[in-house]
Ligand binder design. Structure first.
Ligand SMILES: Nc1ncnc2c1ncn2[C@@H]1O[C@H](COP(=O)(O)OP(=O)(O)OP(=O)(O)O)[C@@H](O)[C@H]1O
Ligand SMILES: [Mg+2]
Length: 1041
């Protein structure tokens, strides 16, 4: 590979350290900058990636410098330092919060933060799988992750309580489920998977724990140098005097048979007394009442008393209890009848020919019945405890089920002892399953990334441990099936027959050996009662003694009956009476464990995994000791080299285009100071300028993949040189440090502003979506933002689309929540428009409108020709001065004429039509014939006006018939009937006396006689006397009605 000589056009400033020119924080790429000094921070950057020695050397180099974390891509490798490093402070947490993986040095917090951010941005559940052998630091890691979330996640009052409970669940579970073993002073003797639930704001709001197979045998037996579960010692060392008195306990662990087997009551690294205080406080925080604590401790004490129940043999060989004191305490603490308990501890109930018989137990049987009871009581109480913690961590807000989850798996590590039994078999099987998952998921995700980027996947050789998983769990043929078969079959099944069955069935399996099947060399290191499994993590010999009993996990029926009668509320929940009547045999311990692991795998597969692979540096728990042999062994069985090979299968390094370009853009004149085109083109231009050969890299859809570390390092070195040359350039000298500082500072501000805007935008979108989901509910914190937004946007839309004038009836459809308000607004808007309109009109126009209003009141929807009149303006008069005879005007004198119109008058008798003029004054209507005032009708005397509903212009002015001055009602016709009658109505103040008639109008002719006008619709206007003597009016039909 060659590099083109660095271009010599000097840039203005050097941006890559602090803030990039586009405001985005420049990636520090700490893995690259920290190279050499302390090895590589990411194993993928090891030049010789297939060399185990190089791998171990890198680990060693870093370990010596107290750098216990190193990546393999996104997998974190952690070496237990066995000493307190100051790397878990709040400051450290802050440093890793919201920062990209490769910007800072490897750390647990980087993995935690990465999972948290993925959960929040991609809304996908996450899980962090912590694996490694016993003592490698899994539990410590899981606690530190939990602390990280507790400190860095947003909190409210409720969240604070949950955070406290999540944190405090650890000391309680450790007290009851952890113990000192040869490998680890605080070894987890149960598996734990914990879900931390986060709400949409990213605050931890709940949790749930699933526990896996507690090593119950530890309750009754411990190997030399080991202890029982911590809680026993904590209670004895830390319990107050009167508490111990109440429980009948002495402050001396040596007094208890269950605590002396390992001959190790004290451990220097453990302070039972102060741990007791922590546990007591934690129980309160989690929500245990005083009564519950009392009952819980009664159970713990009763297990110790059970261990001290001594048996003596009668002559017959039957067991009898020799110490009454224990029974007295037990009866009180367990809340059972002492005599019944004594009988149950020395007899077994058998059913023969339908009859129940009590059969005495011999010494050995009685002791194992007692131990079985102790294990059952402790084991079930532990499960109760987990359930109780779960209840206190449960997220109670039913309305919000849509939380996201980060799961933490801290399960017992792979372990090998001098003597390995059923428990180690289960634990190591569990580790096989996890390794299997790890292989599947890492390979899968790697492959997926290649596919997503459109890069060809090159297959990698690796050891797939599925073959061992199958050996253990396969249906009918696997070790668990064979063990179950031996447990269930009638006859003389024993641990040895189980071993023989194994030899028969899986004898030929490449990962299975027994003494009989082994070659001479192996035989020497194997007992005859052992079988060996060649695990992915190494060979383990399992002693079959006790396998059948432990797998059966049986408790005599009469002991169960006693416990079902217990008055202790916890035990009452642990021993369910239904169990006594249930005829179905419960699943064996191994089958239950297998099923629970299968479920665990399902849970883990459904989430996005992150991995922490813990390594134990030495067997003596010493700080600073790097035992190469031990470490090499773990590197091998954890499959780290394979993991690295997979990661490096194609390419050592990959980065998104923008990150790569941002870092190296100063190395090419075309990309410096900014590349304006497509990112992919920019990267292509850059690498071409740098002289990358085609086999050295590939360009994916969004990332560049670089095959060899050396290519990358050469680029990195070029960047270093470039920085120096920039530093020496004259322009650079000109730019004083303060100037650079100010520029950087200003860019920082811009970048922060932009980041803040982006954060706000994301937050708004999130709130909007949530509000949309809750939009139909009452106003609540989840939807208030959305509802406000909907309101705001409706009002804005309304503002833009208001009706243009009073006739414009358009109005935007309001959202449901605003229907009422919208109606109010609509009315107000209309009123406002009307008001503005009214304010603007002239008096004439107002007068016109008033008349039109009156016309509308009288005629709208009543008379056929009304609609035609609407658009026509009413005029002040239809006859001007010249058209009226001067004599008439003279006769009127001072009386002011208000309106005049030509009309046709129909004679009352012959209905002859005669042209007339109708004049309206302030007081009367006058019918004029040329110069003569023919008839004067005072408005006071005007009884009413009749008009038809059709389109004709006929109308009748009714006058009182007893008025001699009048010759009867007047029948007139006007071409402007609506206008004429409106004027009459106004002048005579008779708005309510205009009668609109259908069919006919009756009128008086004088002296009590009546005439009738019949109206019918027809094609054209026709007025004539009909044969029946009526005046017949045919009015043209109009389309308006
Ligand atoms: N990061 C750390 N810093 C300091 N000490 C640590 C760290 N991790 C582990 N240790 C020490 O190592 C001991 C064992 O660690 P831990 O209990 O986490 O092991 P484990 O992997 O959970 O083992 P097991 O499988 O037996 O439960 C701790 O008690 C602690 O003393
Ligand atoms: Mg542990």
């Amino acid at each position: 590979m060659c590099f083109i000589a660095l271009w010599d056009r000097a840039p203005l400033i050097e941006p890559t350290y602090v803030v990039a020119s586009d405001g985005v924080r420049a990636m520090m790429e700490s893995a690259l900058t920290a190279r050499d000094r302390v090895g590589v921070q990411d194993f993928v950057l090891l030049e010789n990636h297939t060399s185990e020695a190089a791998f171990i050397e890198n680990l060693r180099k870093r370990f010596k410098e107290n750098l216990i974390y190193t990546y393999i891509g996104s997998v974190l490798v952690s070496v237990n330092p066995y000493k307190d490093l100051e790397i878990y402070t709040k400051n450290h947490m802050e440093r890793y919060r919201g920062v990209n993986f490769y910007e800072v040095s490897p750390h647990l917090y980087a993995v935690s933060d990465n999972s948290y951010r993925s959960m929040r941005t991609e809304r996908k559940d996450q899980c962090i799988l912590i694996s490694g052998e016993s003592g490698a630091g899994k539990t410590e890691a899981s606690k530190k992750i939990l602390q990280y979330y507790a400190v860095t996640c947003p909190a409210s009052e409720h969240v604070q309580t949950i955070k406290d409970r999540l944190l405090q669940s650890n000391p309680v579970l450790e007290a009851f489920g952890n113990a000192k073993t040869l490998r680890n002073d605080n070894s987890s003797r149960f598996g734990k998977y914990m879900d931390i639930q986060f709400d949409f704001k990213g605050a931890p709001v709940g949790g749930h724990i699933i526990n896996y197979l507690l090593e119950k045998s530890r309750v009754v037996h411990q190997n030399h140098g080991e202890r029982n579960f911590h809680i026993f010692y904590q209670l004895i060392e830390g319990g107050e005097e009167d508490l111990l008195r109440r429980l009948g306990l002495e402050r001396n662990p040596q007094q208890y048979q269950y605590l002396v087997k390992g001959n190790c009551p004290k451990v220097s690294s453990i302070n039972d007394r102060s741990d007791w205080k922590v546990v007591r406080k934690a129980l309160t925080v989690i929500g245990f009442s005083e009564d519950e604590v009392e009952e819980l401790l009664n159970i713990i004490a009763s297990v110790l008393h059970l261990g001290n129940v001594q048996y003596g043999g009668e002559d017959s060989g039957n067991a009898c209890i020799t110490s009454d004191t224990q029974i007295k305490y037990l009866a009180r603490l367990l809340g059972v009848n002492g005599t019944v308990l004594t009988e149950a501890l020395t007899h077994k109930k058998i059913i023969a020919k339908g009859e129940e018989l009590m059969s005495p137990l011999n010494l050995e049987q009685a002791s194992s019945a007692r131990d079985a009871l102790s294990k059952a009581v402790y084991g079930r109480t532990f499960t109760w405890l987990v359930n109780k913690i779960n209840a206190s961590l449960a997220y109670t807000d039913d309305s919000y089920k849509n939380w996201s989850v980060i799961g933490l798996l801290d399960i017992y590590g792979f372990e090998v002892f001098q003597n390995n039994s059923f428990e180690q078999f289960c634990i190591n099987y569990c580790n096989e399953k996890l390794q299997q998952l790890f292989i599947e998921l890492t390979l899968k995700s790697e492959q997926e990334e290649y596919e997503a980027e459109g890069i060809t996947w090159e297959p990698v050789q690796y050891f797939n441990n599925k073959i061992i998983c199958d050996l253990v769990e396969e249906k009918f043929k696997g070790i668990i099936s064979i063990l179950d078969e031996e447990c269930l079959r009638p006859g003389d099944a024993s641990d040895i027959t189980f071993l023989e069955k194994l030899e028969d069935t899986v004898g030929g399996h490449p990962h299975f050996v027994t003494h009989k099947l082994a070659d001479g060399k192996t035989r020497k290191v194997m007992g005859r009662d052992e079988f060996r499994l060649l695990h992915y993590a190494g060979e383990v010999n399992y002693n079959v003694n006790g396998f059948l009993d432990k797998n059966n996990d049986l408790l005599f029926r009469n002991l169960k009956e006693v416990m079902c009668m217990s008055e202790n509320k916890i035990l009452n929940q642990c021993f369910d009476r239904e169990e006594l009547t249930d005829k179905k045999r419960p699943d064996t311990a191994a089958t239950q464990f297998k099923a629970s692991l299968a479920k665990l795998m399902e849970i883990l597969m459904s989430k996005e995994p992150s991995y922490i692979r813990c390594i134990k540096p030495n067997d003596s728990k010493q700080a600073g000791r790097f035992d190469e042999v031990l470490i090499r062994h773990q590197v091998k069985y954890l499959g780290l080299m394979e993991n690295l090979r997979v990661r490096r299968a194609g390419f050592a390094y990959r980065r998104r285009y923008e990150v790569f370009l941002q870092r190296y853009k100063s190395l090419c004149p075309d990309t410096w100071p900014n590349w304006r085109g497509k990112l992919a083109d920019g990267v292509a231009t850059l690498v071409k300028h740098l002289g990358y050969k085609p086999e050295e890299y590939k360009l994916g859809r969004s990332k560049i993949f670089i095959r060899f570390p050396k290519t990358l390092f050469a680029t990195e070195d070029a960047l270093e040189t470039r920085k120096h040359s920039l530093g020496e350039s004259p322009q650079h000298v000109l730019l004083s440090l303060p100037t650079i500082g100010i520029q950087a500072w200003w860019r920082g501000i811009l970048a922060r502003r932009r980041a803040q805007r982006r954060r706000q935008a994301a937050d708004t979108i999130r709130r909007f979506i949530k509000g949309f989901i809750y939009r139909h509910q009452e106003r609540c914190p989840e939807n208030e933002y959305f509802l406000d937004y909907v309101r705001y946007s409706f009002l804005m839309k309304l503002r833009r689309n208001l009706p243009k004038n009073v006739l414009d009836k358009s109005w935007p459809t309001p959202p449901a929540a605003l229907t009422e308000a919208s109606e109010h607004l609509r009315k107000m808007c209309m009123q406002n428009m009307v008001w503005t309109y009214c304010k603007r009109i002239s008096p004439e126009w107002k007068h016109q409108m008033e008349q039109k209003m009156i016309a509308s009141e009288i005629f709208k929807d009543k008379k056929d020709n009304y609609p035609q009149s609407v658009p026509k303006l009413f005029v002040s008069t239809r006859l001007n001065g010249e058209e009226i005879n001067p004599k008439v005007l003279q006769a009127l004198g001072t009386e002011k004429m208000k309106y005049a119109v030509p009309v046709t008058k129909y004679d009352r008798k012959g209905y002859k039509a005669r042209p007339r003029q109708l004049l309206l004054t302030a007081n009367c209507a006058i019918i004029v014939e040329e110069a003569k005032l023919k008839q004067r009708i005072d408005y006071k005397a005007l009884k009413g006006v009749s008009v038809s509903s059709l389109s004709d212009g006929l109308f009748v002015l009714h006058v009182p018939s007893d008025d001699n001055k009048q010759k009867g009602d007047v029948v007139l016709q006007s071409d402007h009937v609506i206008e004429t009658l409106t004027k009459v109505a106004i002048c005579a103040d008779k708005i309510n006396n205009i009668n609109i008639n259908q069919g006919s109008i009756t009128f008086t002719v004088g002296q009590g006689k009546e005439g009738i006008i019949d109206f019918t619709p027809g094609s054209e206007l026709l007025v004539a006397k009909a044969k029946n003597g009526h005046l017949s009016v045919t009015a043209p039909r109009l389309n308006s009605r």
